[in-house]
Design a protein. Structure first.
Length: 119
């Protein structure tokens, strides 16, 4: 059920590469990698992101900025959007730099309630 949501998100996005549902403990619940993008190890990306997101949540708490909702990682060859679902899980979408960043954010927000309901 989670895989279907991730697949719909990634496949609807030109330049979408992969999606993952992951716990902040670094354990993947489900993932999907688009055909032809198998060189991207979304599991490793997710594990590294889990650590970074935990640190950013702590920083947001210390700075009293409110609850962290989204995080974006932009590199030369990869963009990763992270959307926090609750205190335990987040969903991330990996895309090519030329992909529509706005559409990716929209699609993540679209599938978030479905995934939250299934959790």
């Amino acid at each position: 059920m989670f895989r279907d949501s991730l697949q719909r998100m990634v496949d609807r996005l030109a330049g979408g590469m992969a999606g993952i549902l992951m716990g902040f403990d670094g354990i993947s619940v489900e993932s999907y990698t688009k055909e032809g993008e198998e060189s991207l190890d979304i599991q490793t990306v997710g594990m590294e992101l889990a650590h970074a997101v935990v640190q950013m949540r702590k920083a947001a708490d210390q700075l009293e900025t409110g609850r962290l909702r989204e995080l974006t990682l932009k590199a030369d060859n990869l963009v990763v959007l992270v959307y926090l679902l609750n205190d335990d899980y987040f969903v991330a979408c990996a895309l090519k730099p030329e992909a529509s960043f706005g559409k990716a954010r929209y699609l993540m927000k679209l599938i978030a309630p479905q995934i939250q309901a299934e959790l």
